[in-house]
Design a protein around this ligand. Structure first.
Ligand code: NAD
Length: 307
């Protein structure tokens, strides 16, 4: 069994490789690949959430799981709040082939999902990107979004003040202006908004959001979390990575069970229609599926020369 460290992953996976791995796996989820039910438990210890995400793709041979979760006080210790490890198994024998550090993969695959949604659903003439939340995931989200659209500026809001020098430097490498703004200005002035917070209630009211906006809601991945006003989700055309997860642990857990939700995979496969007008609001609820982790882990193993 090979053990792959975070350093090796950073050397062998980037936002571009992750984008294509995640895009492909979203397509595969429409046909042959499936995710197993998520286990996510509150440990009652250090406020931590812990669980497993897993799945199987018989075509790519991805079989495995990600074990890990979220420790909210880690940042105070200089450690990322998200901690995870990924196991890849040989689908022929069930033997464990590789154990990969999962933190960078999680961040890159989550940002890739958001970027796939922006690529497919945002208006092509979007000029302003709004980033809501500046925690560990946010830089990855920013880079992935800047890769798929030529924005002119990025507006950033966080509930408490943070050092945004890395965000500014990253935006600068894409020739994009980057500034902090209050939440209302970020929402009202952006045509694409990424929310990446661990919030438990709607961050802003529906009526701040202009028609034509695309929102990638990436923070809600657990029962009880929430970033968007349900009235906004009702106004919008709704997309997700996986409907079962979206209704149970994603943003659309807060919607009536008969609300229509489309998979992003169906848009990629061409079996459903994405945005149908410039005045339509689109919301992508990225809940984070196990197959995203496995696809990126496989991409790393391929680059490392594993069969
Ligand atoms: P982090 O702990 O580093 O940062 C948390 C962010 O949320 C900070 O910007 C913080 O200011 C903000 N926040 C917390 N409570 C808030 C509130 N009440 N109102 C406004 N902002 C608030 O976490 P992270 O690693 O950046 O992850 C952010 C979120 O994304 C978490 O909820 C995490 O579980 C989720 N996540 C989702 C996926 C996925 O696939 N969908 C993957 C990874 C992380």
């Amino acid at each position: 069994m090979q053990v792959i460290t975070e350093e090796q992953i950073s050397e062998n996976l980037d936002s571009e490789i992750a984008f294509f791995a995640v895009q492909d796996v979203f397509k595969s989820m429409e046909t042959q690949a499936w995710n197993f039910p998520v286990v996510r438990e509150s440990l009652g210890f250090r406020g931590a959430l812990y669980g497993f995400k897993s799945g199987f793709d018989p075509v790519s041979g991805a079989l495995g799981l990600k074990a890990g979760g979220y420790w909210p006080q880690n940042a105070d210790k200089g450690v990322a709040n998200h901690q995870s490890s990924i196991f890849l198994f040989d689908p022929e024998t069930g033997q464990c082939n590789a154990l990969l550090a999962g933190n960078t993969i999680t961040a890159l695959r989550t940002a890739a999902a958001s970027a796939v949604s922006i690529d497919r659903l945002a208006m092509s003439d979007s000029t302003t990107l709004g980033l809501v939340g500046t925690g560990h995931q946010s830089l990855y989200q920013l880079e992935a979004a800047l890769r798929v659209r030529s924005f002119e500026q990025v507006k950033i809001w966080n509930r408490s003040s943070r050092d945004l020098s890395k965000h500014r430097a990253l935006a600068e490498t894409f020739g994009v202006a980057c500034s902090e703004a209050n939440l209302e200005d970020v929402v009202r002035e952006s045509q694409v908004i990424i929310t990446i917070t661990s919030c438990m209630k709607a961050l802003f009211p529906s009526d701040w959001v202009n028609s034509g906006t695309h929102i990638a809601a990436m923070g809600t991945d657990t029962k009880g979390k929430q970033e968007l006003d349900p009235a906004l989700c009702q106004r919008a055309k709704r997309f997700t990575d996986e409907i079962a997860q979206s209704r149970t642990i994603g943003e659309f857990q807060h919607l009536a069970s008969d609300s229509e939700i489309l998979t992003i995979g169906s848009i990629l496969q061409g079996t459903a229609t994405g945005r149908t007008g410039s005045d339509q609001i689109t919301v992508f609820d990225g809940t984070g599926v196990g197959l995203q982790d496995l696809a990126c882990a496989q991409a790393v193993m391929k680059r490392l020369g594993a069969s």
